[in-house]
Write a protein that binds this ligand. Structure first.
Ligand SMILES: Nc1ncnc2c1ncn2[C@@H]1O[C@H](COP(=O)(O)OP(=O)(O)O)[C@@H](O)[C@H]1O
Ligand SMILES: N[C@@H](CCOP(=O)(O)O)C(=O)O
Length: 360
């Protein structure tokens, strides 16, 4: 006899141009975990989870449950609730459609899957806001994880915490997700830091359902960490006063409502998806980025609404109501001139994560 449940987490596209670390969109590519928990495992010895995996990232993902991001996050949640280890003889099969390191939120999805895995295994029934606290201890920008958890077009901020809570929320990642010893047993030493309550806050914006997302996905990986390193450590006073921050704030304010309007207005949206905070710096890592975003416009490509870098890249996100193939194939030509090959997909904006218990 066993208990079986499925966890399904969508891909996400963060930023949507001007909303750096603020907005995210959940998209119809999924990370799916099928979890089997034996109800009466052999009593003799403890057996750690057995992981199997198919799909995107299969050639690089660790199958050791103490090294794999999803299971390490699940163990973090369990240990914060005084549960020292996974149930014995657990089997977790992952089927993944979200490519790694492309700016489509694969790590955010893996973190949310881990939080939901811990929550469901231990039947903790934590509310969404508390699940988000745990996710934010690992992935410290809220845009991807919030959209992956709650779904749709979402804006989020991190609350200003008091000194004690700020310290608790800023512990090094190594303490949240420690390197577990290779001979991992039952005793992990002291418990990891429990997240303060109410770190992340969010709101779901409206979304006009005729708008689809064309993901133009270069065939190379760019880690989010590397794409954050190229951003300036300090923005100049000139940047903050006008050129950068006001430019982005003006556009973001318009964008959050413009994408809910029917029919969507391409002139308004194309301009509102421009950015000066992160894309100009990331172009050094993504050959062809400015050429694609400047040359594919609503005037040249009817149906296009706006175009930007997806998350930290290298994927380009084009929002459009039609003309998908022309948009993607013209982007392909521009990328090819830079020596970059791409794949593309038309994606829907979807709901958030789901956990489905199978009847046993
Ligand atoms: N399903 C998964 N299971 C385990 N680890 C994952 C999974 N998806 C992503 N990761 C980890 O996250 C990394 C990619 O994260 P990141 O650089 O933030 O890119 P992005 O989130 O844009 O895809 C992968 O190299 C891998 O280490
Ligand atoms: N706001 C973050 C988003 C990273 O998204 P990912 O999908 O590339 O992980 C950033 O721009 O760095």
């Amino acid at each position: 006899m066993s208990r079986q449940f499925t966890i399904r987490v969508p891909a996400t596209s963060a930023n949507i141009g001007p909303g750096f670390d603020v907005v995210g969109l959940s998209l119809s590519l999924y990370l799916t975990l099928t979890v089997t928990v034996p109800l009466s495992p052999p009593p003799s010895t403890y057996q750690p989870p057995r992981l199997t995996y198919t799909g995107e990232g299969a050639d690089e993902v660790p199958l050791d449950p103490y090294k794999n991001l999803t299971t390490r996050v699940a163990l973090y949640l369990l240990r914060c609730h005084d549960i020292p280890s996974f149930p014995s003889h657990l089997h977790i099969h992952t089927a993944n459609e979200i490519p790694f390191g492309r700016g489509l939120g694969s790590s955010g999805a893996a973190v949310i899957a881990g939080v939901l895995l811990g929550n469901t295994l231990a039947r903790l029934n934590l509310p969404t806001e508390r699940l988000l606290d745990f996710a934010l201890m690992v992935e410290r920008h809220p845009d991807n994880v919030t959209a992956a958890l709650v779904g749709g077009f979402v804006g989020s901020y991190l609350k200003e915490l008091d000194d004690e809570a700020t310290q608790a929320a800023s512990v090094p990642l190594a303490e949240v997700l420690p390197e577990y010893p290779p001979d991992a047993g039952e005793d992990w030493g002291r418990n990891p830091p429990v997240p303060p309550r109410g770190i992340g806050h969010f709101v779901r914006f409206g979304w006009e359902e005729s708008i689809k997302a064309v993901a133009i996905i270069p065939r190379f990986e760019l880690s989010t960490a590397k794409a954050r390193e190229v951003l300036p450590e300090v923005y100049s006073r000139k940047d903050l006063a006008s050129a950068t921050s006001v430019f982005n704030l003006q556009r973001l304010a318009v964008l959050t409502t413009a994408l809910a309007r029917s029919p969507p207005d391409p002139d308004l949206i194309y301009e509102a998806m421009k950015d000066r905070v992160h894309q100009p710096y990331r172009k050094t890592l993504i050959p062809g980025l400015p050429e694609v975003t400047n040359n594919i416009t609503p005037a040249t490509h009817p149906g296009l609404l706006g175009i930007c870098l997806s998350g930290a890249g290298p994927t380009i996100l084009a929002l459009a109501t039609g003309g998908f193939e022309a948009i993607a194939e013209d982007a392909r030509k521009i990328f090819r001139e830079k020596g970059v090959e791409i794949d593309w997909k038309v994606l829907e904006v979807v709901g958030g994560s789901a956990v489905i218990e199978q009847a046993s």
